[in-house]
Design a protein around this ligand. Sequence first.
Ligand code: HEC
Length: 215
Amino acid sequence: MKRLIIFAFCWLACSAWGEAEVQLNKVEVATDLPTLARGAETVMTVCNGCHSLKYIHFRELAKLGVEKDKVDGWRGSNPMGTAIASQMPADAAAASFGKAPPDLSLMAKAREGEANYIYSYLLGYYTAPDGTTGNHYYPPTKMPDVLAVAGVTDPAQLAELNKKAREVTSFLVWAADPHAQERKSLGLYVLGYLLVFTTMMYFLKGRIWATLEKV
Ligand code: HEC
């Protein structure tokens, strides 16, 4: 009985503690090229002002379907195979914001909550009663409200911001594992090959044994 009471107490305490934590908003991550290309464009025109994507090259943006003119504009005189550096040197950014903006290549895997965290964080800015800007998901963050979310109440504008944050998040999920799609199709191809090969071997075995039994 005593054990049961202790168990019930712990269970109640734990669930109360869990509820006190901020719940992340769930995002449905897109994998279609048009959405990824739109996400890439926002990341290159907004986020790249401060963040690098050191494991992604300009060529890969073109492969996603971002128009060549745009990719050319971003890369300037750099070759297509150049890794994407931040437009602001890390020490200058650290001096301006008090913290260097981290590289975003693997960010979708680097934080607990993964895609849901990025999505929630980008949309999590609000204006506090004293007029300062806060973030529900990373309260002490030094990153400004880059999508201009705080204070927006108009439903159409909010829907537009949600869409943008979803595109950016989907692009960052792709960036953290750009070859996931190719790997999946290669896996299917290998499975198909093995199936055909096994069937052929099965019939070949039957024929060989049929000849042997006659001998
Ligand atoms: C004006 C500069 C600036 C821009 C533009 C910017 N960021 Fe940041 N970002 C920062 C800084 C500075 C930090 C470090 C914040 C900290 O740890 O306090 C940061 C941190 C982050 C983090 C990590 C948060 C964490 O949990 O550590 C993510 C994710 C992120 N930014 C995503 C983005 C995305 C996506 C965009 C574009 C929509 C973007 N940022 C645009 C400055 C910027």
